[in-house]
Design a protein around this ligand. Structure first.
Ligand code: GLP
Length: 264
């Protein structure tokens, strides 16, 4: 795992966009996250697209998760949010932007179909991730099997409370979701988790330096062969090895081109 620390959330967005831009070519598949953290990254990608620097033409995207029971045109459905915040502002073909069908009356089957659709697309090249305060990724809450595939999840009470800020009241927050599983996320060819703000500091510590444990689902990224975690200073504030992570990054250019050493 590589940990990059930036002073501000905009530095996090720049670094995340830089890595995403390494994966932009026709036929490639992006895994997209919702939540507030990736918004600055999406804005940076839109800026680069408008400047003529990048294109998403010929690419596919799969959202990480979707609430059960919100129609796709509800402004808090992730299907809507990902279009509103990102894909409709760039040259993604709308039909190639996928999300789980949260309106299916057989959500378990919809989850299996989604997992199969990811496999059929050739798997995810780069999976962007945020993290919940309790360490969830996608909607994989504590106690999720580390090998889970896309499935129905019961949202943690804290997640419902945290996400109530996007709704008029807590009662309106759906209590179930379809989410890519931790096993699904592990099969992405590159995982990129971003976190900002002191509210994420404990989760960042647990996922980077804690044991691999379903108690902190994001810690499964320690098993990912190609995971990068980008955090701002506040989110890094509980990490023990900050100086080493900075040193690792400073030394990285020397790795480049050396056989047998990871590029990232
Ligand atoms: C939601 C999403 C996650 C996201 C998390 C954190 O529950 N399902 O994908 O990472 O919230 O969101 P935020 O970035 O707004 O803190």
């Amino acid at each position: 795992m590589e940990v990059l620390i930036r002073e501000t959330s905009s530095g996090v967005a720049q670094a995340a966009a830089d890595i995403m831009c390494e994966h932009l070519s026709p036929g490639k598949v992006l895994g997209l996250a919702t939540g507030s953290t990736p918004l600055e990254t999406y804005r940076e990608l839109i800026r680069r697209y408008e400047a003529g620097e990048i294109s998403f033409s010929g690419m596919k995207a799969f959202c990480l998760d979707e609430y059960i029971g919100l129609p796709g045109d509800h402004d808090q459905s992730y299907r809507y949010v990902i279009r509103n915040e990102f894909t409709s502002h760039v040259d993604f073909n709308d039909a190639d932007v996928h999300s789980p069908n949260g309106m299916s009356d057989r959500p378990w089957e919809a989850a299996d179909e989604y997992e199969n659709a990811i496999v059929d697309a050739g798997g995810i090249d780069l999976q962007l991730l945020g993290v919940g305060r309790n360490g969830h990724i996608g909607f994989n809450e504590p106690a999720t099997s580390l090998a889970s595939t896309t499935r129905v999840e019961i949202l943690h009470q804290q997640t419902v409370r945290d996400n109530a800020r996007f709704f008029d009241s807590e009662d309106e927050v759906p209590k179930y979701a379809i989410t890519q599983g931790l096993g699904t996320i592990l099969r992405s060819r590159q995982a990129l988790l971003i976190a900002t703000g002191a509210g994420k500091a404990q989760a960042v510590h647990d996922l980077v330096e804690g044991p691999v444990s379903a108690a902190c689902p994001a810690s499964v990224l320690q098993l990912h062969p190609n995971a990068v975690v980008i955090v701002d200073e506040s989110a890094a504030s509980q990490l023990n090895e900050v100086e080493y992570y900075r040193h690792m990054e400073a030394m990285r250019p020397e790795w480049k081109g050396l056989d047998g050493l990871p590029k990232r």
